[in-house]
Design a protein. Sequence first.
Length: 177
Amino acid sequence: MNPSPRVNYDAIAHLYDTQPYRAKTVDPDLLAFVGPRASSDTLSLLDVGCGTGNQLVANRAVVPHARLVGVDRSLGMLRQAQLKVADIAWVQADGAVLPFQAQSFDFVTCQYALHHIQDKAGMLRAVFRVLRRGGRVVLRNLCPQECADWLYYAYFPEAHAIDLEDFWPPEAVVAVL
């Protein structure tokens, strides 16, 4: 695996879900994706940077028979996810080196985790390699380029410079896509 991330998620995994805003609801993009389909039974969903699995656990409510897979570098986070739901596949891997066959997922998401992936372009290539024709990719992340006045940066100004390095601006993501 690549060099260690700035945060040791293995060390904090047992505390991660105790933080505010960790609860998830069904992804509205997933609802829009499965809505026009006659059946969601054969769908395969992948969450890259799944952490403790909250998004996949929430999404399972609308696709109970789909194949759900969560990928994360942190074994500690995946262990916490495993405690929630055993029938979701929890896979330790780097998002840029997805260990799946080409065209094996219908819906791939990476929510608030792209900044943790060192090889972002490699991750985007890997995601499109595993995406089936007609599938959908959903990326969500913060954008420090557009919120320099965020209160957090007033208290931790050095964090803004670090975030500008870690978080790609939207146009960089679009350029690679």
